[in-house]
Design a protein around this ligand. Structure first.
Ligand code: THU
Length: 160
């Protein structure tokens, strides 16, 4: 028997102002995209924006449904737009932001587990890491160097 430690390095920025211009622009696109979220049940709006290798930015937001499980997260709306419209372009970066109507979201909002699994498929497919930046409505921004950094010991196609 042996114990194995798994380490992940994250970068914490004090605010969006500390980001490079390109990442700040991407986060601003996620903030813009969040406005169109359809979240009448949770009142929690999420925006996501992907930067592709040719400079294209693809955004998404959460879309809820009266049959709750039929709704979908912002990250999956955005990644499926990317994969359906630009299947051959590499994804460089992802920015995520969220806000609630009931409280100021000050802590960075990380993607849910199902989104991590979905996103990991495309990072593995392109064989290049995708930087992930996430924040709340205000305050800190967390960066991970890849999607798989958020999903250690992942399930992937090698098991099939
Ligand atoms: N949500 C996202 O869009 N992304 C996440 O990673 C976490 C949760 C959405 C789903 C639902 O519409 C609302 O936030 C509350 O869970």
């Amino acid at each position: 028997m042996k114990k194995v430690e798994i380490k992940t390095q994250i970068t914490v920025f004090d605010s969006i102002e500390e980001l490079s211009n390109s990442v700040k622009n991407l986060m601003n696109k996620a903030i813009e995209a969040k406005q169109n979220a359809y979240a009448p049940y949770s009142n929690f709006k999420v925006g996501a924006a992907f930067l592709l290798e040719d400079g294209t930015i693809v955004t998404g937001n959460n879309q809820e449904n009266a049959a709750y499980p039929s709704g979908i997260c912002a990250e999956r709306v955005a990644i499926w737009k990317v994969s359906s419209e630009y299947p051959n372009l590499k994804i460089l970066k992802l920015a995520i932001t969220a806000s609630s109507s009931s409280q100021l979201t000050k802590e960075p909002v990380a993607p849910c587990g199902a989104c991590r699994q979905t996103l990991s498929e495309y990072e593995l497919k392109q064989k290049d890491k995708v930087e992930v930046y996430f924040m709340g409505e205000v305050g800190k921004v967390i960066k991970t160097n890849s999607i798989l950094d958020l999903l250690p010991i992942a399930f992937d196609k090698s098991f099939l």
